[in-house]
Design a protein around this ligand. Sequence first.
Ligand SMILES: [Zn+2]
Ligand SMILES: [Zn+2]
Length: 382
Amino acid sequence: MRNYEKAKKCVKKLRLEWVLVLAEIALTGWTYYVYVWLMCYQTLQDRVEVSILLSVYHLLFILKVWCFLKTILTPRIPVPPEFHFDEKTWNQIELDSSLQQQTKVFLGVKTTTISNKTLNYCYICGNVKPDRCHHCSRCGTCVLRMDHHCPWVNRCVGFHNHKFFFLLIHYTFTYSMFLVITCTGTLPRIWRRDWVGNLINNEEIGRTLRNTSAAFMLKARSSLSEIPTAELTANATSLTVSKSLIPAALAISASAPSSSSSSSTAEAAAAASTASSRTSLVDDAGLSPVFIQVVAVIFIYLVIMISLVPLLTFHNQLLDGNITTLEVYRPVSLPNCKGNSEIFDLGSVSANHKQIMGSQLWLWPFPVFTSLGDGVHYPVQG
Ligand SMILES: [Zn+2]
Ligand SMILES: [Zn+2]
């Protein structure tokens, strides 16, 4: 029973943890539909403009989704086997300071924590923690060069995926900015097409209706004795798309004799019906669904863009100084030194960035693994 409750809690927790990821996937899918289908294919007329917008959009979309998938799906690099000790062996090492020092030298561990421990042991994973390694309680494992646990990807950001995460926030920002700018630029045209365009269309339909009705009424005048001639003449000359007259036109077409004026009747009925539906679009629908969805895209991505600014700034600063988020809050130090978080700073922004982004500049924009080192040993100051 206890196991059942535990399993139930686990499933509930898992579901909650994936909610944000699923929401992001749903948002991306919906945005693709609105931008590509509703906005580019159904609204914009200029083929050159559509080609340029779709090319840039798909480039950013592919890079963003690629980074997102790589951040989530890249397997974590495990702590090497030489760091694993069973609890009994570790207890012996922990009690003997010289043995502890020898183990530290053998494993190549350089730093100590703020509590000045020579070595840190993870009792859950059963291993000594290498430099910059931390145990993540959410993932339930030790993560090499752990930066933080990110709820937006439901994964730890560490040595194995730090570059992908860094690119993901940059591409998400650029993608959001592109959407906000291009959607805002297209919004007046959607408004014109949906509202003003419909009014113009209705005027054209009204004109067609007037001409068709006039022809029909002249032919039908003799047979429609119950309708006064004066009213028919007035309708033929002044029929508009107003709601009050369209049902009248439909009524006339429905009651017209089928032999002499069937084609005129059909044309009048079709025109009246189209005009009626168009008129109801403008009069009854208010804001069109396309307009509302494009406005929603602008609002959502504006919020994302603004909230990403501090995150981008913070993570750029971290890479500039070759420091992780956890090291900002839990400083590490070299033995007999005061705790500071700059011991991994290699002296230049370029050298620090290369630790994560790799030494080949042309590969920096792509989510392929190019980080330097083995995730266990790191160069330190001095
Ligand atoms: Zn652990
Ligand atoms: Zn984690």
